[in-house]
Design a protein. Structure first.
Lengths: 781, 157
């Protein structure tokens, strides 16, 4: 036995004795890293075959109206044009909707927003399709339009859909808020507003369809291929098995690619592919993507909060209104998640919340990283800061007095157990930022440049909760060369979660991840696994992956025992070898074990399936336990403000998340850095503007997202590990949560530096300056 | 429109290509010459993920006409796959989780390689400036900056 193997076994045995897991918690290189640094042609637009034609979608020019006529003549006569598709060309159902059947693929006859797609020009080249689309003339009979969700809620408002303007309504009822208010020393009522945010994955939505076998093969950039398959089949009036959907490597997603736009581009490409018997590419350019895909909902949230003199929260009543634009999309679940998080990471004995997802004639909103969390937590964390100021209490002490710890109950009365790691997160960021010392020092600043600290705490319910059945299926096959092939209906789109899910199997089988291969998610090969959303891949898919790997191990251990002449219980699989724990000199390579299994005809293919336990929620009563576990977090930001101009920058970020168990710490940090910076964009600069229902800034020159020059010089991230009951090895979710806290933390830091409360995101320098001017202005008597 | 034949030197090989006046460099690179590492993210010069080197200068290939590149040397990631400095950067990008969705990665690598030619130990500030024309929506840039620093130093942490 070589020195190396002997050392390896020593270290593995030591790990086993310490109860540590192989590979879990190690910075493992992702399975998809190599193809990315090589620049391999793996994205949808890289896969366009010769002979492909191009589809260009065209959309409504008015926010609300009835189409009176469409002049397609100019477009059809344009050189290189094969034809123009409209609702008349749809053989099946003219529908492209995720949950409520409220949205057509090609709007006809009513348009409800400028994002409504009317049809597509099909041409030999992409420029020809775009030039032809510009020649289409549409006449509308305009209808009155509503752009303010509060207006849309009024009883006499114009109905945007026949059933009215409320797409979803929800409530929480805990205790008695009226009684709570009567016992309160201070009652504060304030309204907070948030803006449209664009997700801006660097690759916009793309779909490529190739006609085959009486059906169609669709390759696209998306989060949920099986849902896309169902959507395309419905439009084409084909049995689902005639629509084969393959997820290409996807260049960022952040939510909209789990929503309805992938259906739009894939259905359009598939329609044209079947009609013209040609491969068809329907890829959105940046402008079309920013107009047509779902954005983050603007919310209007009013909190009325009662607190006692000693700083104990007694009651909170909130009204939450989300602007879903013209269509509900996944917004019906966004409003649910926002409502569950209405009082955030605090115990409030009396809670009353009423929420409304409201139709307007704005472009529609839906799934976006954080999924209602950023809006809800912005409101409650802003409210907490305002309450602390009115109490004359330090905002940290006020939060510590009321925050959730084991034994306390959240808004829905769910009991927090020992897996609540919020206090540990807060401790980390308070120490790292030097919060107490700095907060005292910054209290009485007089200079023209001032600093401030802002604090925010996070509770983030894991996985789907009451949004639907929460399951995942993973298939693992050990190939004859010893490599391990993993397939699932769950998808990778950048986070590295699929690698984390595979790392779980790698740990169980004792085979390094470098021997693993990811199969491209393919509806003809892989089981439907629900949507790839809610950061649930490592937690839900990880459990399925663990199960499949354990089944394989059960097959391989007896074989290894026989080959090693050892007892089954004594055989360990570790780092590509099998060995006898009692006689570590007895080893066997993974490859020879696999070869022997193949020689004997032992099948090395297994499926794993995991379904999360039900999350009981009583929507009539407004109480329950909607999530099985939570991710916890705390953030301190430090800002520096120029008191003359209102210009400010974030100079420091200190952040900690309780992720239960960091399967791949480098990947976890990647989510924390990336989500926080995207959240800083939301906090400071990002706002997709509408004028009369049309998007004003659908391009990256006018819609700013953070560049490398915008990131804070100091960024300290901490991983806290308090195991949760749901994920493999105690893992909790992490991809979404980091986008949530920067909004309120930046807002609170600016408030503490300047005295200016900015209650509507983003916190721009203009708003800060305006606030300072108003404070200085002599009061009118 | 009449097509014209121009000569592009792409990754060290001369290619005669037929172009129309409005043809963009990115389209010729991707569609005619197959260098698919060049990505399109905005078509307006704002995101930078189509960055290539033309005569040693980093440019957005969506804003440059192919005809402007007649007789000039164009370098894409495909042309640097055997370059030692690029290999070091690819290694540090992999080790530091600097590629998430990967769509900006080729452009980030080109900008980093360009920086590495001029600096063997750039400061974080210099790196931020060097990659400032390229947007990344996934990483928040920190792991990219670490990777560039280590890669420029010859792979040392």
């Amino acid at each position: 036995m070589s020195e190396q193997v002997s050392q390896l076994i020593d270290s593995l045995r030591a790990k086993a004795e310490r109860g540590e897991l192989l590979y879990i918690g190690e910075n493992v290189v992702r399975v998809d890293s190599l193809e990315k640094v090589l620049g391999n042609p793996v994205y949808t637009a890289d896969l366009i075959p010769r002979g492909t034609v191009y589809a260009k979608l065209f959309h409504s020019a008015v926010p609300h109206g009835v189409i009176r006529g469409m002049d397609l003549g100019g477009a059809k006569a344009h050189p290189g044009v094969l034809g123009v598709l409209t609702s008349r060309d749809i053989p099946g159902l003219n529908e492209s909707s995720a949950v409520l059947p409220d949205r057509q693929l090609f709007a006809d006859p009513v348009v409800r927003s400028t994002a409504d797609i009317l049809g597509a020009v099909i041409a030999e080249s992409s420029p020809a399709a775009a030039d032809a689309a510009a020649k289409i003339r549409v006449e509308y009979d305009p209808l009155p339009a509503i752009f303010d969700p509060l207006e849309a809620l009024k009883p006499d408002a114009v109905k945007i859909h026949p059933k009215g303007n409320i797409a979803r309504q929800m409530k929480i009822r805990k205790g008695d808020v009226e009684e709570g208010f009567s016992k309160s020393d201070i009652i504060l009522e304030k309204t907070y507003r948030t803006q449209f945010q664009d997700a801006t994955p660097l690759e916009p939505e793309m779909g490529l369809a190739i006609p085959e076998d009486g059906g169609v093969r669709v390759i696209g950039s998306m989060q949920s291929p099986h849902h896309t398959q169902a959507a395309v089949a419905k439009v084409l009036k084909l049995p689902p098995q005639k629509v084969r959907v393959i997820q290409a490597v996807t260049g960022g997603a952040f939510g909209p690619k789990s929503d309805e736009t992938p259906y739009d581009v894939c259905s359009t490409a598939a329609l044209a592919a079947v009609k013209y018997r040609r491969p068809v590419f329907c890829g959105l350019d940046r402008e079309d993507s920013m107009v047509m895909h779902t954005k983050r909902h603007p919310f209007v949230i009013t909190h009325k909060t009662g607190v006692s003199k000693d700083g104990t929260l007694i009651a909170d009543e909130s009204k939450i209104v989300g602007d879903t634009g013209a269509y509900a999309s996944l917004g019906v679940f966004v409003i649910v998640r926002a409502t569950f998080h209405t009082v955030g990471a605090y115990e409030v004995p009396n809670v009353k919340a009423d929420s409304f997802l409201v139709y307007t004639d704005n472009t529609y909103t839906g799934s976006l990283r954080g999924f209602g969390g950023p809006q809800a937590i912005f409101a409650i964390e802003s409210q907490m800061e305002e309450l602390a100021r009115r109490l004359g209490m330090d905002p940290l002490e006020f939060r510590m007095r009321n925050m959730l710890v084991p034994g306390k109950r959240n808004a829905t009365s769910a009991l927090m157990d020992e897996s609540c790691g919020l206090p540990q997160c807060l401790e980390k960021v308070v120490a790292s930022s030097g919060y107490r010392e700095k907060a005292a020092r910054y209290r009485n600043q007089t200079g023209s440049v001032r600093r401030g600290l802002g604090l925010a705490l996070l509770m983030h319910g894991n996985s789907l909760g009451p949004e639907g059945n929460d399951y995942g299926a993973v298939h693992i096959e050990v190939l004859s060369d010893g490599s391990v092939s993993v397939g699932s209906g769950l998808t990778e789109y950048g986070t590295g979660a699929i690698s984390g899910m595979m790392q779980v199997a790698s740990s169980i089988l004792g085979v390094p991840l470098s021997r693993f291969k990811l199969e491209r998610p393919d509806t003809s090969k892989h089981r439907e696994s629900g949507p790839t959303v809610a950061s649930r891949v490592v937690v839900i898919g990880g459990n399925a992956s663990k199960q499949a790997a354990e089944k394989l191990r059960e097959k391989l251990l007896p074989l290894a025992a026989e080959m090693l002449k050892a007892r089954v219980d004594d055989v360990a699989l570790a780092d590509g070898i099998a060995f006898d724990r009692r006689k570590p000199s007895q080893t066997l390579t993974w490859d020879s074990l696999v070869t022997e299994a193949y020689r004997r005809g032992i099948s090395l293919k297994e499926d794993g399936f995991f379904m999360a336990p039900p999350a009981p929620w009583d929507q009539e009563v407004g109480q329950g336990t909607p999530y099985v576990q939570y991710t916890w977090g705390a953030l301190v930001t430090e800002v520096e403000v120029d008191m003359e101009t209102g210009y400010y920058k974030v100079v420091g970020v200190h952040v900690a998340y309780d992720v239960g168990k960091a399967v791949n710490p480098g990947g976890v940090l990647g989510q924390i850095y990336g989500g926080t910076v995207q959240g800083l964009g939301y906090a400071m600069m990002e706002e997709l503007l509408h004028k009369d229902g049309a998007v004003v800034n659908p391009n990256l020159g006018d819609y700013y997202i953070p560049t490398s020059m915008d990131i804070p010089a100091e960024f300290k991230a901490f991983i806290v590990e308090v195991p949760g009951p749901l994920g493999p090895f105690g893992a909790k979710i992490i991809a979404e949560p980091p986008i949530v806290l920067p909004g309120p933390a930046v807002r609170n830091a600016v408030l503490n530096a300047t005295g200016v409360s900015v209650d509507d995101l983003p916190v721009t320098s203009e708003k800060v300056l305006m606030g300072m001017k108003l404070m200085q202005a002599p009061r009118q008597s | 429109m009449t097509k014209r034949v121009i000569t592009l030197n792409v990754n060290g090989t001369e290619h005669p290509v037929q172009v129309d006046a409005p043809d963009r460099l990115i389209d010729v690179l991707r569609d005619q010459l197959g260098t698919k590492s060049v990505k399109e993210g905005c078509s307006t010069g704002d995101c930078g993920i189509c960055a290539v080197l033309v005569d040693g200068r980093l440019v957005n290939s969506c804003l440059m006409l192919a005809a402007q590149c007649d007789g000039r040397r164009v370098l894409t990631l495909e042309g640097l796959l055997n370059d030692p400095s690029m290999k070091r950067l690819q290694g540090t990008f992999m080790a530091n989780n600097a590629a998430q969705c990967g769509f900006c990665t080729p452009a980030m690598l080109m900008a980093s390689w360009d920086l590495a030619r001029h600096s063997s130990d750039p400061s974080p500030e210099e790196i931020k400036v060097a990659i400032s024309g390229i947007l990344c929506r996934c990483t928040g840039y920190y792991q990219i900056i670490d990777s560039v620093r280590e890669g420029c130093r010859g792979g040392e942490r």
